[in-house]
Design a protein around this ligand. Sequence first.
Ligand code: FAD
Length: 475
Amino acid sequence: MNIKNIDIVVVGEGITGLSTAYWLKKRGLAVLILSKDLDAGGTMKSITDRGFLYETGANTALETTPLFKDIVADLHLQDEFIYANPEGKNRFILRNDRLIPLPLGPLSFLRTNLFSAKGKMQILREPFIGRAHKEESIAEFVSRRLGHEFLDYAIDPFVAGVFAGKAEQLSVRSAFPKLYALEKNYGGLIMGAIRGAAKRRRREEKAKDRAETFSFRSGMQTLPHALAESMRSEIITGARVTGIRQPKRTKASSKRYIIEYSSKEKHHKLETDYVVFAAAAYDAAPIIRLLSPETAEVLDSIYYSPVVSIFLGYKREDINHPLNGFGFLVPSKERKNILGCLWNSSLFPGRAPKNHAAVNAFIGGARQPELCEMSDTGIIKETTKALSSAMQISGKPVYWNLTRWHKSIPQYAIGYQRNINALERFERHFDGIILAGNYRGGISVGDCVKNSYELAQSLAAKIVLTSKSSERIVL
Ligand SMILES: Cc1cc2nc3c(=O)[nH]c(=O)nc-3n(C[C@H](O)[C@H](O)[C@H](O)COP(=O)(O)OP(=O)(O)OC[C@H]3O[C@@H](n4cnc5c(N)ncnc54)[C@H](O)[C@@H]3O)c2cc1C
């Protein structure tokens, strides 16, 4: 690859960087990916050990967009792609030390003992509640529209499960924009859910609560691995980007930016007109600090909650629960030391040896960050204690592994839109630099993929429009 001829540099080999580069390449552009890691995937990492297969980051993804199917077909991953066992639709909530299924429809909602009769009545009143007049946290929004019990026993654990966050701190507008839009556009959630469904059908998108859960036979990292493999000659691994600056434009041919990176203990520079930073906000901050200290400060200010992901393998006979679902989540009100637990071997085949079960618990988050400071043995002790009581486990795990995420997931806190506005100002000022990743437009793998597709399309159109080259192929 002649790096003088590249159109665009992508920094980062997580799902955002890889899928952005993949679609830019499909539009006929010459892309170069610089990644500090040696292995593709960023947060998505699958490990196989002693017959267990587990994830240290994302365990599953939701098929919220047809783009996944396009990539899977294009990269010949059809035999690897697997939907979760249909039983995975069952999700449990811990209440009074019992796992109660989350109701899946109106009838089971009326019958469930997860909510009291008073709590259920409050939900039926939802269509008659007016709009908010100020920015609200998720907790304020949900308790106003659906009541405290629904907040405590549905949304609070859900926010812990998705964001490792707290409903009191996250902005409903930024963290759950679709929910916020239902109130804004339709006046309520129930009305919006009914009327919004037709629009989604037209866009061929699925709401997160209806989308299928999937993974790959060899784990989630299969996707970034296959994307990276399809661009093998366009990636420099072990290349840590250290800075970006504007050159003194003496020659007419010189490009707008100089990127500096270190690789194999050597310092390198390359010139480019376009660069996508697809690194976490705290990693992008030092790179752009020289260009814009204010924007670096905004990126640095984004709080990523700490989490420990604990994978455990048990003898199946030691667990008395049928494990007939996705797993369970723990509301703050229950005052336990875990956020929740996924039942991996119930969801997908090949996650545990015969007669064993594989589960993945999480502790910490914005709810209890201090728990992440415990020793490994302390974490295992607390986790197994909580799991034993919830899932009726009699024996000890036969295998465990824990991964400490000191900065796991960006928290879209109240006022987060101000950060987004600042990033947009930066991009307008430094034309050609794009700040991408899970701190913008959603934290799920599906959101990262959708956002990358849209970014690649608009960027490709812009590059082609402004390019002097008439030979470019545009699909
Ligand atoms: C514990 C955990 C569990 C999760 N579970 C789920 C789940 O079940 N389902 C789901 O949908 N989502 C889940 N998520 C969220 C999802 O995995 C992430 O939001 C998504 O993978 C982020 O991808 P990304 O490419 O934006 O960033 P990252 O994966 O963080 O990738 C960033 C890339 O930038 C590179 N980089 C950083 N700095 C530099 C530099 N200076 N120079 C060069 N390269 C650099 C890194 O090496 C990396 O390759 C989970 C996240 C965590 C942490």
